[in-house]
Ligand binder design. Structure first.
Ligand code: NAD
Length: 427
């Protein structure tokens, strides 16, 4: 596989650039550039793997990942604050850390958002595009991408959705083919064409990889798979796998490997940031719930292991609790059973920082999608499932949720990129 070098500037356009995850990702990247912080949690920056020679190397020394110094950040938000003020409001990072890159953060000013209140009823944005219909919305986003690319002299652009979760909608006929999607856009069917679909469509149409960090349906439709293949653009989604689900995709494979049974898994969270406020609306929470629920069943394969996982009661809750801000607390109670069916309980209490966990995932998804494009890969990037709560998969395929299988897929893809076969040693 021939991989083009990462020459020139990489534009990273973030939808929801004033959000907690986006501002944390940007601040950390700027700080890493100045040598003020290490990019902890970033696979693209810090992970190593073995190559054929037996040597262990940094992934970024094996394949040409864009240099952090070459990234130019931009994006859209429904509020006009620059990234410095938005990061202050998000209250994730300390002021001293923001001040270390204040000038650069202040220079990042959002473009007005493509927004529709119906899709996020808890948000009342004022800084939004005046679009007569969905087709015009798409055209405006495309123009933004072109303007940004030209103004910042970018060689390439990747678009990342790190904006709020939209309301739940099921797949419908309008999403089943590119022709049907384009017809629905032309007919301005605003109930099935979400703003995120407009960003995704515009991005793919401009030849820019698109990453979906929320659980929105958006990219996860046959229409978008078809479009991304037609335009030869990589896409990845959906929903950053940052905290509780990360834990699940490590614990569940352990139970299964040891042939321990599970009959209940109750997960609850308290969260007080804007994401928590949006998810407090049942329609928006439903999107997240579907994403969070799919994991366990896929790993346990109850149809193959009915004695162990034939009747697992799985419940997930997110409670909006403002005092905690971005410092989410998650509790899991897992009812397991062992030898002769004797029950046991496991309690997990994860006091995490949501955006500290999500920021490196967002950056890695962008860097790896850019790499994929330079390697000539397009369509759904299954190998990036490692970073995602609900890995996209076509109808005839099963998603892979087990974190260690997902990690193997990352390494295997990198090996294929440099023409190496899977090694015969344990890696
Ligand atoms: N933090 C995590 O650990 C985590 C994990 C998985 C997924 N996510 C998802 O990532 C997304 C971002 O999370 P966050 O904590 O940064 O949320 P946030 O509420 O702090 O940020 C979202 C931003 O998106 C903006 N926005 C909303 N609709 C928009 C639109 N149509 N166009 C442009 N901007 C828009 C909002 O104004 C806000 O600034 C959410 O969808 C969340 O569910 C977060």
């Amino acid at each position: 596989m021939e991989i083009k070098e990462a020459n020139g500037k990489l534009g990273v356009l973030v939808v929801g650039i004033g959000g907690a995850v986006a501002t944390t990702m940007i601040t950390g990247t700027l700080a890493a550039r100045k040598g003020l912080a290490k990019p902890i949690g970033s696979i693209a920056e810090m992970a190593k793997m073995r190559v054929k020679s037996g040597e262990e190397k940094l992934i970024k020394d094996i394949v040409p990942i864009a240099n952090l110094n070459d990234i130019v950040f931009g994006g859209w938000d429904i509020f006009p604050e620059n990234a410095y003020n938005a990061a202050l409001c998000a209250e994730v990072l300390k002021e001293k850390d923001l001040n270390a890159v204040k000038d650069e953060l202040e220079a990042i000013v959002p473009m007005p958002a493509a927004f529709d209140h119906t899709w996020a009823k808890r948000l009342n944005g004022t800084y939004v595009k005046d679009s007569a219909n969905r087709a015009e919305m798409i055209e405006q986003i495309r123009q933004d991408i072109r303007n940004f690319k030209a103004a910042n002299n970018c060689d390439r652009v990747t678009v990342l959705w790190s904006a709020s979760t939209e309301i739940y909608i099921p797949l419908s006929d309008e999403h089943m083919s590119l022709a049907a999607l384009e017809k629905a856009i032309a007919e301005n069917k605003t109930d099935v064409i979400s703003p995120s679909m407009c960003y995704a469509y515009a991005s793919i149409a401009e030849g820019c990889p698109f990453v979906m960090g929320a659980p929105n349906l958006c990219l996860d439709t046959p229409a978008m798979w078809e479009f991304s293949k037609k335009m030869q653009v990589p896409i990845a989604g959906k929903d950053f796998k940052s905290g509780q689900t990360l834990m699940k995709t490590v614990l569940a494979p352990m139970f299964k490997t040891r042939m321990l049974g599970v009959n209940g898994w109750f997960s609850t969270n308290i969260l007080g940031n804007r994401d928590g406020a949006v998810l407090d609306d049942p329609d928006n929470f439903k999107t997240k719930e579907v994403s969070k629920l799919s994991v366990i069943e896929n790993i346990f394969e109850p149809e193959k292991n009915p004695d162990l996982y034939g009747d697992v009661y799985h419940k997930v809750r997110i409670n909006y609790y403002p005092p905690r801000k971005d410092n989410k607390e998650a509790w899991d109670n897992i009812d397991i059973f062992g030898w002769m069916g004797y029950p046991m309980e496991i309690k997990v209490n994860f006091l995490c920082r949501d955006s500290i966990l999500a920021a490196p995932i967002a950056l890695d998804l962008v860097l790896f999608c850019d790499l994929a494009q330079r390697a000539g890969m397009y369509g759904t990037q299954y190998w990036l499932s490692f970073f995602l709560k609900s890995p996209m998969h076509e109808f005839n395929e099963e998603p892979v949720h087990d974190l260690f299988q997902q990690w193997r897929m990352v390494k295997q893809t990198i090996r294929e990129m440099i023409g190496e076969k899977e090694p015969n040693y344990l890696d």
